[in-house]
Design a protein around this ligand. Sequence first.
Ligand code: PLP
Length: 404
Amino acid sequence: MSNHFPVNRELFDDVMVPNYSPSAVIPVRGLGSRVWDQQDREFIDFAGGIAVNCLGHCHPALVGALTEQANKIWHLSNVMTNEPALRLAKKLTDSTFADKVYFANSGAEANEGALKLARRWALENFGAEKSQIIAFKQGFHGRTFFTVTVGGQAAYSDGFGPKPGDIVHAEYNNLESVKALISDKTCAVVMEPLQGEGGIISPTDEFAKGVRELCNQHNALLVFDEVQTGVGRLGELYAYMGLGVTPDILTTAKALGGGFPIGAMITTTDIAKHLKVGTHGSTYGGNPLACAVAEAAFDTVNTPEVLNGVKAKAKLYVAGLNAINAKYNVFSEIRGKGLLIGAVLTDAYQGRAKEFLNAAMDEGVMTLVAGANIIRFAPSLVIPDEDIAEGLARFEKAVAKLAK
Ligand SMILES: *Cc1c(COP(=O)(O)O)cnc(C)c1O
């Protein structure tokens, strides 16, 4: 086979399953918070590969960990354990409420493990009747059939035949709606401690604490999906730390590997014991390459400098976006926490978030959306302040083009 064919966006339509609709831009390299495409056009990265590249592109600590491990051992499967997985698990448990770790390869798989564990825990402790899972409308937990059904958008789970059962959805930030559903037959309440895909919605203190209390009253597990909020994104190692509400099971992925695929579910010894030998598993879970990179990312992020930096950089974004809005009046609200920020379009611009994203791309800055009305920013946690300023200047040009 020769490689003499054009590798461009048209090739995508020829050879890829059409479930994505990627940008025309094909990035080929990155450094820090800058990215270059095939034509060597430069972009500032405010998207972070959807809240994944927590240390930007080609961070020396991650490149070092990956290349060092690449010259040692790549894969073993879980027939054997390995040093990077053990070291990462030790660090995750030392730094959180959890005692035990299960490694997966993605957020959805970490959640799949959490949901299966919650069901088994309930079944073995209380019997088969206790199987109800309460999740939230607009919630997002991944695209396996179990996780997409737990997710709060039927549009994503419809059209695939019979769904996993006994899953109901309450309203986020509405404790009464949880109260109306929860009972002693509830095995778990699954929530994001800030809804990401659903629109960058922070829980109120009262809601988060109230859900914890309801779980306690009904012997239900509280599962926090921290796939997007975890590993420093909101300015704490995990969002639960800032909320002062401790879950029973927590899932983490996206930023965990800083761009290398990995996910994890963490929990207490007492709950973990229900996933005994043979009950669950993954060929790649805990892969040495993934764990070596994740360990380096974890060590780098879990420092006061980086975590305090997130809070300081968040202020730059909010101030910059407010200044843009003072001129163009396109946003009704700038919301979120840490470096997970949503700029909500006013009524006059309803449904046009993707147009803002495309215009920003044309000006040389990569952003994200969260639904049709919110432009989302999830940059590197160590993005240089100059890149924030330059990226916001480019973003302002895009806004100026679209503003009436
Ligand atoms: C992205 C995301 C997931 C899914 O993660 P994948 O790695 O795409 O499977 C699950 N939960 C939340 C909160 C997410 O943001």
